[in-house]
Design a protein around this ligand. Structure first.
Ligand code: GDP
Length: 309
């Protein structure tokens, strides 16, 4: 089954890991990855969401879902001593990915070529594609002014109240090779449990990607990143609130309304089913909390069963 998964970071990586475990042929799974939180760090190109997906699929992710398991911070501590202002955390082992990626990009490889090479080196069978090889940053508009995404998210701890977003590269960004073809050839489209504003929207802000999703005739299913009115991690619930949406799975369903056929909500949100269905979307209630590998596989197999009966 050809499954295309639209991916942010941790939530997506967990689901994707479940999906590749339960499908017959993991090479038929394509992850379209967000690059709008990419950053330059001491001359290195870091793609946080791609790395989270790669480390999770390689079963090497750190305990919070990102970075490498058991990584150390010797280089970071030395950098702190030198610069006195280190707010982004990069582990020693993790550095290898960023050094190698940056070197390959400087030699003329595209981000999608490097991503394929990084995934292959770690034995990953699913296809990982950055949504674009072009510059496509997210700018967060806050009550304290405009901030680059990682400035908002890591340096300022997502504490600024968000009033909007800008994707200044979206108009000129071209989808990376294979993105539109994967959507066109899919049997199922899945919007992972990711932040709708800063992980999924940047993917769909590229018009040919959005159009491919809109014209696709195959089922499109999203999994709520909001459980019981709260995000499992990150600022999704705060963003829903400050942007005037309902802070619940229903609020997310309204955002995805024109894109999806089915919305998967958590069992603790079962009472929202009728209101979601009034939007014209099928609501499916599952245990969507992926606490461990078993939880990932369980959600993935239940999801595939309901999405393609
Ligand atoms: P990240 O912060 O870069 O990981 O960005 P994401 O776009 O992946 O945002 C994480 C989103 O995934 C948050 O809104 C979480 O609530 C959601 N999430 C993380 N783990 C789970 C999970 O096990 N189940 C569900 N339903 N959502 C999750």
């Amino acid at each position: 089954m050809r499954v295309v998964v639209f991916c942010g970071g941790v939530g997506a990586a967990r689901l994707l890991d479940g999906i590749v475990r339960v499908v017959d042929d993991p090479t038929e799974v394509t992850a379209i990855c967000n690059v709008s939180d990419d950053l330059q760090w001491h001359g290195l190109h870091i793609s946080p969401d791609i790395d989270t997906v790669i480390y999770s699929l390689a079963h090497r992710e750190g305990k919070f879902g990102w970075g490498l398991e058991g990584d150390t911070n010797v280089a970071l501590e030395e950098l702190r001593l030198l610069s006195g202002d280190e707010w982004f955390t990069v582990g020693d082992g993790d550095l290898a990915t960023h050094i190698w990626r940056s070197e390959q990009l400087r030699s003329g490889a595209t981000l999608s070529e490097v991503t394929t090479a990084l995934a292959t080196a770690r034995g990953i069978k699913a296809r990982l594609i950055p949504v674009t090889n072009d510059k496509h940053p997210t700018i967060v508009i806050t009550e304290n002014g405009e901030l680059m995404f990682q400035d908002y998210f890591v340096r300022r701890h997502a504490e600024d109240s968000v009033i909007g977003f800008r994707f200044p590269g979206a108009e000129s960004a071209q989808p990376a090779p294979g993105v539109v073809e994967a959507i066109d050839g899919a049997d199922l489209l899945v919007i992972a449990p990711s932040n709708p504003f800063v992980s999924i929207d940047p993917l769909l802000a590229i018009s040919s990607v959005r159009n491919a999703v809109l014209k696709s005739a195959v089922p499109c299913v999203a999994i709520s990143p909001i459980i019981g009115g709260k995000a499992v991690k990150g600022p999704a619930a705060d963003m829903l609130r400050s942007l005037g949406h309902e802070t619940s799975a229903l609020g997310v369903a309204r955002i995805y309304n024109n894109l999806i056929d089915t919305f998967v909500i958590d069992k603790i949100d079962a009472q929202l089913t009728a209101e979601i269905e009034r939007l014209g979307i099928d609501a499916i209630v599952l245990d969507t909390m992926m606490r461990d590998h078993k939880g990932r596989t369980r959600l993935a197999s239940e999801l595939l069963a309901v999405a393609i009966p």
